[in-house]
Each structure stands twice: as C-alpha cells, then as structure tokens.
Design a protein around this ligand. Structure first.
Ligand code: R1P
Length: 287
C-alpha cells in the first residue's frame, strides 16, 4: 500500500521474483556486509553472483568497499544470501530504499539477518581491529522522526507499533562470545552499544565526547535502519561492528579519520572475520 518512492509491495515482489529465478532454493540467512566486509561473501560455497544493477528496483552502491553484488551460496550446507555492499542515507537514498533488501530477503524466506559494519571506537578501551557484538543501539535519526517505516504501515510485514528491546539475539551473542574465545580473539571481542549518525562526515571531538556520556561504544552511519525493518517483519538479528578507526576526542589532535584507514583495518582482519562468521552460522543450528 505504501509507495513513497517506488518501494511498494509490488516493487519488492518484482525484485524477489527476479532473484528467485536465479537461485536454486530459498536462503535462510541474509548477511549485509559493511565497508570492506564484502570479503565475507568469499566464504560461500557454489556462489551465484547477481549484480545489483540487474535486479529490478534494487538500489545501487556508490561507496568504495561496497561492490554492489548479491551472492547466493551455502555455508556448511545452509543457504545464505550475502549483500556485498549496503546503502547509506548520506548517499541520497531514502531510508525505505536502503532497507528494501531486508524486506526482499523476508519475501525470499530469510529467517536471520547477520548485519555488519565498520565503526569508529567511541569506547576508549576499544582498539582498531576489535569486534563489537551489538547488544543495543541509539538511533539518532529516529529521534528526529527520520525512520524507514514512516508512512502508512504495511500490515503484510508487521504491526504499526513494535518493540526494539531484545533486537540483537541474546543466544547468538552468547554463541559468538564462545566462538571468539575458541578463535583466540576473546580479548578483542566486546559487547556494546552502536549509534548511527547521518554522516558523511566523521564525528567532531565534541560529538565523540557527547556519545561517550551517552554510553555509546561504537559509532557509524548505517545498520540501524536495516535492523528496524528486520525486527518489524520478524527476522532474528545478529550484528557486529569491526572497530576500524579511533574516534578523535582531543580538540587539537593531528589524527583525522578517513575511509582508507577504515578499509585497511578491515583487510587486516579478513581471515579471522570469515572464520568467525562461518562458526557463528554453524553453531546457530539451522539444519
Ligand atoms: C565511513 O568510512 C563509512 O564506513 C562505514 C560508515 O557507516 C561509513 O559509511 O560504513 P558501513 O557502516 O557501511 O560499514
């Protein structure tokens, strides 16, 4: 019923049918790869690659480190769909457009969203290369009424009003902590609060200080819109941030965050991240 900018159920169904025609069976898990994290798709067996540009009504990726491909394959026999590249509000897309792949995934049969991002470490104990399991979030855009579900509610997907406490599955977080320990990354693994700001600029020192007073541990420019839409339509969510840069809180610091260091930080953790995600999926007992 809602067609704010061409993302009605009919539009989503068209994209869903196209993807269905390219893959042999339904995916159970959707992985959304953050900046540079498209490498996670390399873990998929028997991959089928669908360029975003070929999918009717699918948004396009415009950011380095987001290659713009949907990859279907299996991990330990479980059907997985992987988005190599996500969409950000600052790219000019509406939040409905950014989150449309989550609804398409739901229509395809997905039950679990694994969402990842590259984030700045607000918590002073965090180091570049650490992994933060997201246990909760602060949606700054939502404070101002900017929300992917603004507009008429689509009852086909979920109720008008919905809770977001317990958004990040507790059991999967527990499994992930155990896996982190078994992989020897326990000291570099945290559970924390992610905050989304609009971007595209990185945070000012005063903004970093403000985030600290709000008990935010990591900050980025994504993730929450997709999580909200996933919760609304009943998907389980597991999310983690890779800490790719230190937030600068010193007014006179010479350091300046930049996207190249973000991508470099991801590259330094490639194998570990792949092992981590594979083991989480295996331990989720999807079979
Ligand atoms: C900044 O370097 C970019 O990296 C992060 C920020 O949100 C921003 O887009 O990207 P992802 O959140 O997509 O990982």
């Amino acid at each position: 019923p809602i067609d704010e900018d061409g993302f009605s159920l009919t539009h989503l169904q068209k994209a869903t049918s196209y993807i269905k025609g390219k893959i042999p069976s339904s995916p159970r898990i959707l992985i959304i790869c953050g900046s540079g994290l498209g490498i996670l798709a390399d873990s998929l067996q028997s991959p089928i690659v669908i360029p975003y540009g070929d999918i009717p009504n699918f948004p396009e990726s415009t950011i380095k480190g987001h290659s713009g491909q949907l990859v279907f394959g299996t991990i330990s026999g479980i059907n997985v769909l992987c988005m190599k590249g996500r969409f950000h509000y600052y790219e000019g897309h509406s939040l409905k457009k950014i989150t449309s792949p989550v609804r398409i995934a739901k229509l395809l049969g997905v039950e679990l969203l694994i969402i990842t991002n590259a984030a700045g470490g607000v918590n002073q104990k965090y180091k570049v290369g650490d992994i933060m399991l997201i246990k909760d979030h602060i949606n700054f855009l939502g404070f101002a009424g900017t929300h992917p579900l603004r507009g008429l509610n689509d009852d086909d997907f979920g109720d008008r009003f919905f809770p977001v406490n317990r958004s990040y599955d507790k059991n999967i977080r527990k499994i992930a902590v155990e896996i982190g320990q078994s992989l020897g990354i326990g000291p570099n693994l945290h559970e924390g609060v992610y905050a989304m700001v609009g971007g595209p600029n990185y945070e000012s020192p005063s903004e970093v200080r403000a985030l600290r007073t709000l008990n935010v541990d990591a900050v980025g420019m994504s993730t929450i819109p997709e999580v909200l839409v996933a919760k609304h339509c009943g998907l389980k969510v597991f999310g983690f941030s890779l800490i790719t840069n230190e937030c600068v809180a010193d007014y006179d610091s010479e350091k300046q965050p930049n996207h190249e260091e973000v991508l470099a930080a991801v590259n330094s953790r490639t194998q570990q991240l792949k092992d981590f995600v594979i083991k989480v999926i295996e331990k989720c007992n999807f079979n």
